[in-house]
Write a protein that binds this ligand. Structure first.
Ligand SMILES: Nc1ncnc2c1ncn2[C@@H]1O[C@H](COP(=O)(O)OP(=O)(O)OP(=O)(O)O)[C@@H](O)[C@H]1O
Ligand SMILES: [Mg+2]
Length: 390
């Protein structure tokens, strides 16, 4: 088929041609937005899931919806070892200026500017932000040096300012698992306070599946403050739609056999669906596209994924880490007990604990339940078996 017109979008955060199977999450989000605008308490939402399931795409869609609902938005992506207060401050600064431009002089907006000055002064962020704000700091607000208290003061001042302007603010934060424990706990406390005060602020996030546990460790009341919808592989019917609909828009069809083959190989994981559909499209020379084309491209797609998506993660590991991952892979997909993995590895659980901890902090594996271990990357077990055959 015409490569130029190939509708599929394999990538990171690339909007899919058809966003399917996420209706429940989108509806839940719309309700939250409307409630927050009315000053009704609304739980915040943190989408969790493995790599490539569509968390970033969903978060971007949330921002679009919020924009249409009249929200002011800030989308940001946390990074491993990054400075979250600085990242957040950059966005808050812009938001405060936006709020300022919305009308005549507002004492609430000016106050937010002063608290912002205190906050950035206290956390020495003036240097990391290209411009500061030309007002005097609000002494005693946002400048205690305790991140939880100061971030709360700042968020409350922004919420007050937004309320004064009869608008609302959405913070969308991707890769939340990279926040340090102190940063995460400060963010949760700030959300807690703005919720109590019924301020028009909504915080949504996305992160790997360990997010509920990390948030729970940071603040025990997290589960009452946030919903943690688990974003996963698409159900077979949705997965077929994700492949068939974009082609149909271009007047191209897939046979049922071709769709089933793609869904079978990818297990319905969104990123893999896009990759397979993309390559199948390019290889096919007529419509309807049949299962033979899928079989024909599969070795090439696997090879491409092995060398890019999987390999970048694998390359960062030491020999013992790789051996640990290989032992896990032997046990197949899903979660496994530390004891089982140790048996396959051929060592004691206690001696493997440091390796496991390193792999968790690198984000390659996570612990869905105490003592369990699973891959954060779908189909990683199959990759490990291909790349390290026994
Ligand atoms: N609901 C969906 N239907 C079809 N394709 C989707 C869907 N959601 C995401 N995708 C596609 O899946 C791929 C991965 O999406 P995205 O980058 O949002 O995943 P992610 O969960 O943020 O991954 P990571 O954890 O690596 O950041 C993209 O190519 C995107 O177009
Ligand atoms: Mg992402």
């Amino acid at each position: 088929m015409d490569e130029v017109r190939n509708p599929y979008g394999p990538g990171a955060g690339t909007p899919p041609p058809a966003l399917v199977g996420r209706e429940a999450e989108l509806r839940a989000f719309e309700i939250k937005l409307e409630r927050a605008k009315l000053g009704r308490p609304a739980k915040s939402l943190i989408a969790t899931g493995l790599r490539g399931v569509g968390k970033t795409v969903l978060l971007n869609r949330f921002v679009e919806i919020a924009e249409r609902a009249g929200y002011r938005n800030a989308f940001m992506e946390a990074s491993d070892g990054g400075n979250f207060p600085a990242l957040l401050a950059t966005h808050i600064r812009r938001l405060i200026f936006e709020l300022d431009r919305l009308g005549a002089l507002s004492e609430r907006v000016k106050r937010a500017m002063r608290v912002f000055r205190s906050f950035t002064g206290r956390f020495s962020l003036d240097g990391t932000l290209s411009f500061s704000i030309d007002v005097d700091p609000e002494r005693g607000e946002g400048d205690s040096g305790d991140l939880s208290a100061d971030l709360t003061a700042l968020m409350v001042s922004v919420g007050d300012a937004a309320k004064d302007r009869r608008t609302a603010v959405l913070f969308a934060i991707d890769e939340l698992q990279y926040l340090s424990a102190v940063e995460l706990s400060a963010l949760i406390m700030a959300v807690h306070r703005t919720t109590q005060l019924a301020l028009p602020i909504v915080v949504v996030g996305a992160g790997l599946p360990q997010m509920p546990a990390l948030a729970g460790e940071a603040k025990s009341y997290s589960e009452r403050l946030f919903d943690f919808p688990l974003i996963g592989e698409l159900a077979p019917a949705d997965a077929r739609r994700a492949v068939a609909e974009p082609a149909a828009m271009e007047g191209v069809e897939f046979t049922r056999g071709a769709l089933d083959a793609i869904v079978g190989i990818t297990h319905g994981y969104p990123y893999f669906l896009q990759e397979w559909a993309y390559h199948v499209w390019n290889r096919a020379d007529r419509s309807p596209i049949d299962a033979d084309v899928v079989q024909a491209v599969t070795p090439r797609v696997l090879d491409h994924l092995d060398r890019s998506f999987f390999r970048v993660r694998f390359e960062r590991c030491t020999a013992t880490q790789k051996k640990y991952l290989r032992a896990m892979a032997e046990l197949g997909p899903g979660a496994h007990r530390s004891g089982e993995i140790a048996d396959v590895y051929g060592a004691k659980v206690t001696s493997l604990a440091p390796i496991r901890a390193q792999l968790i902090s690198q984000g390659l594996i996570y612990s869905p339940l105490h003592g369990d271990t699973a891959f954060t990357v779908p189909l990683f077990d199959e990759f490990m078996k291909r790349t390290m055959p026994r």
